[in-house]
Design a protein around this ligand. Structure first.
Ligand code: HEC
Length: 724
């Protein structure tokens, strides 16, 4: 994004916050708001509200509404839309209660609208310290708010859990769930169970010890905490997890301390997305993330399963006590989190109704797990060509691994599918009880793993990813055929998976990766937005495409649907951003030219609103500065760039339209300007912190030489290689 656009965006923020001070909320609204409690969320009601991001406690994202259906969905048009302030990833599913809509946006802001007209009701900006953005592995996103008895809850990038009055947006309480010195950030949705708000956080890439915490919904007082990895000092935490960590988890981690191992990093295991309440069994399921460092050889000396990494853990919601767990990826070493969305259902198996949970985590296998016992009932691939395991042993519940996948044991480069971005990431999946199908927004993004080759990669650093592997030491190959092959292999698929057969009933190919979440309705519909800037509907039973609307920008979020005055609406957010778009400028750039427009769009049958025309593309005058660095400088700059900058500015400094494309940035022309950003941190207030704690000014200058080399390369090859 050019400097100019950033200025426009900043002005938009200022305007929006000025115009949003009205407070609406008559006493009449209180009863309807108050009705959203545990009983209501058990079913989610008649579909007029979409009262939690997953619709109801079972998180099927299935609406009973039928007014919009397979016959008339072609008549959907835009009812209203509104632009959002920050041009970063927008991942929230809109929550709607009693005709009022609540969304969270990038930088953990919350906005409330009249769900029929789009009139803004209130907004809340937690004024997050933007420097915290450097600790958000995958963009400064937020996946939505929770609604409970007239309060709205949001988690923030700087680790606060905040309660707001749903009528006014006024803050009721705020609890700091994370130590500010920690690497944690909250991007996930809080869940409210039995008057307790439960929240986790992310940050395992950098080094963190995962936990979930429950707070009293009325006061914000902490009720319990459950840690997912053992205490590094071997001491009890005084937490709900003490007993089970002592009896079951500690022995699954290496006993002899080693430099850079789990004792230094906390082991990872953050709970950054799925936290699902089972109202039938009064159990809470948390999806636990990857290890830190990723490399199991460094993390745990290659020893042990490392509980509760990559596991689903069932807890008692009132106390946080452990009930059962199932570990999907033992001794994980590929960033295979089990944090992905969880769906609860009842399935007929062997003539009996079985209470199951469905899970399609990063590792590419679709799990059906018995909710009562925690036993894995089946694990079948939901993507093709999985390289790390051939399947699961149903008796032991363990994967049948392919030895070449353990790069830390072979010492060799391992080309993987799925990669660290997963066969499925956070994008919501949905389940339709009428078809019995689970609609998974699946990903094909290959990747490489390599044990560290340079000390730079192995050592823990205060800033940046600490994966314990060569993240991408090599420069990008200048081979156009390789680039084309990577591009062709990087795509998306909508998979309508039948848990009963363990196979896809139907699939839809998407040319680009990182498409939106899915939502399904009793109108025999599945909705999904795409990275290519479309919003679509398919027949839920056959997969036939019934609707396709050009929405100008990518769609990441899951949609929701609701009624006001008897009329049904469908709502979703547009934008580019998140983990893949930030790093995808080079390899997965099929969607690179799609604009990044942060916007909330609401559809209804016969909607007549039209989106403003896109600004005309400006001719770009691009003359890379003269190279003054030596080849040795450039090589050194490359190594540090991959380690510290790649995750936000893209491999090879190829931008993807979310953050500045450094090859085209004016800052590379002048050593002082570059230093002022990278070392002195002048753009800290916008989320670009100083890297002085890990880089010397000379190293920063070497990186400038590297980026200049990329700029010259891109200019020479623009037609074929550069993303923009
Ligand atoms: C956590 C994400 C993140 C990481 C990691 C990161 N940056 Fe940035 N960077 C940003 C953001 C956000 C901006 C835009 C700031 C603004 O809008 O003013 C930015 C802007 C910049 C700019 C100014 C570009 C322009 O034209 O305005 C430079 C130069 C830069 N980054 C260099 C680097 C270097 C070098 C590294 C690695 C040492 C790095 N960045 C790592 C997020 C990041």
């Amino acid at each position: 994004m050019t400097q100019k656009l950033w200025l426009v965006a900043a002005a938009a923020v200022a305007t929006l916050s000025l115009g949003s001070c009205q407070k609406v909320g008559s006493p009449n609204e209180v009863p309807a708001f108050a009705a959203i409690n545990g009983d209501y969320l058990k079913t989610g009601g008649d579909g007029s509200n979409w009262a939690m991001t997953g619709f109801s406690y079972d998180e099927q994202r299935h609406s009973p509404l039928t007014q919009i259906n397979a016959k008339n969905v072609k008549d959907l048009g835009i009812a209203w839309f509104t632009d959002l302030p920050d041009p970063r990833g927008q991942e929230a599913t809109p929550v709607v209660v009693d005709g009022k809509m609540f969304i969270s946006t990038a930088w953990s802001k919350v906005f409330a609208y009249d769900a029929k007209t789009g009139k803004p009701l209130w907004s809340f900006d937690p004024a997050v310290d933007k420097a915290r953005g450097v600790k958000a592995c995958c963009d400064v996103v937020n996946r939505g708010v929770a609604f409970w008895k007239g309060s709205v809850f949001v988690g923030t990038i700087d680790g606060r859990l905040i309660s707001l009055d749903a009528s006014t947006g006024k803050q009721l309480w705020s609890a700091q769930t994370l130590d500010l010195e920690s690497n944690g950030t909250i991007t996930g949705v809080p869940r409210v169970v039995n008057d307790k708000v439960v929240i986790g956080f992310g940050g395992a890439e950098f080094g963190a010890r995962g936990y979930v915490t429950a707070y009293d919904a009325a006061t914000g007082k902490q009720a319990w905490r459950f840690y997912t990895t053992p205490n590094p000092m071997g001491e009890p935490d005084g937490a709900a997890s003490d007993e089970i960590l002592k009896t079951a988890a500690t022995s699954t981690w290496s006993a002899t301390p080693k430099k850079g191992d789990w004792r230094e990093s906390g082991g990872g295991g953050t709970v950054w997305d799925a936290i699902v309440y089972d109202a039938e069994l009064d159990q809470l399921y948390i999806g636990v993330g990857n290890g830190n460092p990723w490399n199991h050889g460094i993390r745990s000396n290659g020893e042990g399963d490392n509980l509760f990494l990559s596991s689903i853990v069932a807890l008692k919601p009132d106390t946080g006590e452990y009930i059962w767990h199932y570990q999907e990826t033992p001794a994980e070493t590929w960033d295979y989190t089990a944090t992905q969305p969880i769906i609860l259902a009842t399935e007929e198996r062997g003539g009996k109704d079985v209470k199951v949970l469905y899970h399609a985590p990063k590792n590419g296998f679709f799990f059906t797990i018995d909710r009562v016992s925690g036993k894995m009932l089946s694990a079948e691939p939901f993507i093709d060509g999985i390289t790390w395991a051939s399947g699961y042993d149903e008796k032991t519940g363990r994967p049948i691994e392919k030895p070449e996948a353990r790069y830390n044991q072979t010492g060799k480069l391992y080309m993987a599918n799925p990669s660290a971005l997963g066969a499925h990431n956070w994008h919501p999946m949905s389940y339709n009880p009428a078809t019995g199908l689970v609609y998974i927004p699946a990903l094909y993004i290959g990747g490489a793993y390599m044990p560290p080759v340079a000390p730079n990669e192995q050592e823990r650093k205060k800033l940046g990813f600490n994966t314990g592997g060569a993240f991408a030491t090599a420069d990008l190959p200048d081979d156009i055929n390789f680039v084309k092959a990577v591009k062709a292999a990087t795509k998306g698929k909508l998979v309508a998976f039948d848990p009963k057969t363990g196979k896809a009933k139907w699939t839809v190919d998407h040319p680009a990766s990182w498409n939106g979440g899915t939502m399904t309705t009793a109108g025999n519909l599945v909705f999904q937005g795409t990275a290519m800037g479309e919003f679509r509907a398919y027949a839920a039973d056959t997969g036939k495409q019934l609707y396709n609307l050009n929405v100008q920008s990518g769609v990441l979020s899951g949609a929701s649907t609701y009624t006001v005055d008897g009329e049904q609406y469908v709502a979703f957010l547009t934008s580019k951003g998140g983990a893949f778009p930030l790093v995808a400028g080079y390899a997965g750039n099929t969607s690179a030219a799609v604009p990044n427009i942060p916007r909330l769009i609401v559809l209804k049958l016969g909607g007549k609103a039209t989106l403003p025309a896109l600004p005309e593309a400006q001719p770009y005058v691009w003359e890379p500065p003269t190279q003054t660095g030596t080849p040795a400088n450039i090589a050194a700059g490359l190594s540090n760039f991959q380690r510290y900058c790649l995750v936000c500015h893209g491999p090879g400094a190829v931008g993807n339209g979310v953050l500045p494309d450094l090859r085209k940035s004016a800052s590379i022309a002048d050593a002082d300007t570059w230093k002022s950003v990278v070392i002195d941190g002048v753009l800290k207030g916008n989320g670009m912190v100083s890297f002085a704690s890990v880089l010397s000014p000379q190293e920063a200058e070497q990186m400038r030489a590297y980026v200049i080399s990329r700029a010259h390369y891109a200019k020479a090859n623009d037609k074929t290689l550069a993303s923009k």
